[in-house]
Design a protein around this ligand. Structure first.
Ligand SMILES: [Zn+2]
Length: 387
């Protein structure tokens, strides 16, 4: 049990200075003054000079590895729990990616179970880039019903040379499977869509929505900052449905495949009157990332890292591009609401005790995941079984 005293708190809305009591993996109370419970072992954390925020939710991580589209040597490794924890990412959503052939939904589901067993929170999508979607139990609907970790289908690729070029009817059927599976399983039942480089990239989604009676908000496109014309189209799409920006290259890193920087993309969407509640950021961690020099010449292949989400958040708040409560919403309350992750994304009594404490200049100092500290005073004090 921990009592964080007199900490400036963003829940993500600004609560001012509060005490936060956590125990049994939950937030037990958030109030102006909380006394340590008598007779119970309760460590006090002095919140002076610290800022509390919800643990980050990274909605797009290739948790079981990905890549491979540059040959077998470009297959990427699985994510390590410590790589998530040191990024302040206490919850992540796993997805398969391009290779739904030699990699399986089963390995993604088991990796999500593995992260959970090691103390972090993890969810995942069934399916892959391809349609028909590979599944574990024989259908998207039954995967959503039977598998606790599965919250939707994706990332399904459209407008990309690596996609299976789903027809309107195929995309609509897949969307309905996710929708019905979501209703039956009590999940978001969302269709997470990988946006490729093709012309008129949102057209397949619009066509599927027009052909059936599926709400547009069931589609949740990602990589909407991949290039200028996708970002332009996302300004219209994002007024009606959620859109996810890939952080890609961090503020201190060389340019990689993704086009507009995440912070420029957020500002552009907000300026186009896309509601903040419809915008999220994710890392695409463990995806392979080609690195280019200033002239656009291929230099090397790297792997995307969870920490870039933290770096991007820090860039946004340190440069004053957005107030903290808005910057935090992009990676806490927004994904929690869109993906229906109950108990996640907010500092609130009864919620899961996923809490970050930042020091001066938004340096990450403490990470609690389900009430257990992984980082203390800026040092990682816990890792997963193998790192
Ligand atoms: Zn993708």
């Amino acid at each position: 049990m921990y009592l964080i005293k007199a900490v400036e708190c963003y829940a993500p809305e600004h609560l001012g200075r509060v005490d936060i009591l956590i125990g049994g993996g939950k937030v037990l109370g958030v109030a102006e003054k909380i006394d340590p419970p008598r007779g119970l072992d309760c460590a006090i954390v002095d919140g002076a000079g610290l800022v509390a925020a919800p643990g980050f939710i990274d909605g797009h991580v290739h948790i079981a590895g990905a890549g491979g589209d540059g040959g077998p040597e470009t297959r990427t490794p699985e994510v390590l729990p410590k790589a998530l924890a040191e990024a302040g990412t206490t919850s992540c959503v796993g997805c398969l990616g391009t290779d739904g052939f030699t990699r399986t939904v089963g390995s993604v589901v088991m990796k999500a179970k593995s992260l959970r067993a090691q103390g972090l929170s993890s969810f995942c999508y069934t399916g892959s880039y391809q349609v028909p979607a590979p599944t574990l139990t024989g259908g998207v609907e039954t995967d959503l019903c039977y598998l606790a970790e599965v919250i939707g289908v994706g990332e399904v690729a459209v407008s990309d040379h690596r996609s299976s070029s789903p027809t309107t009817s195929e995309l609509l059927k897949l969307g309905k499977a996710a929708h019905v599976g979501g209703l039956l399983g009590g999940k978001a039942g969302i269709i997470h869509v990988h946006m490729g480089d093709g012309a008129d990239p949102f057209r397949p989604i619009y066509d599927a929505v027009e052909a059936g009676d599926l709400p547009i908000s069931k589609f949740y496109p990602t990589h909407v900052n991949r290039n200028d014309h996708i970002l332009e189209d996302a300004k219209a799409f994002g007024k009606h449905a959620p859109v996810d920006i890939t952080v890609g290259a961090g503020p201190d890193e060389p340019p990689k495949a993704i086009g507009a920087t995440a912070w420029d993309a957020v500002i552009a969407l907000l300026a186009a009157e896309v509601p903040l509640k419809n915008i999220t950021l994710s890392s695409d961690a463990c995806g392979s990332l080609p690195v280019y020099d200033e002239n656009g010449t291929f230099v090397s292949m790297q792997v995307a890292q969870p920490r870039v989400l933290l770096r991007t958040f820090q860039k946004i708040v340190r440069d004053g591009l957005l107030p903290a409560e808005k910057a935090l919403a992009l990676i806490t309350s927004n994904p929690a609401r869109i993906l229906q992750l109950s108990g996640k994304g907010r500092v609130m009594a009864g919620g899961d005790a996923d809490i970050l404490l930042f020091g001066k200049n938004w340096d990450l100092q403490w990470v609690f995941a389900n009430g257990v500290p992984w980082m203390q005073d800026g040092d990682l004090i816990r890792t997963g079984t193998f790192g």
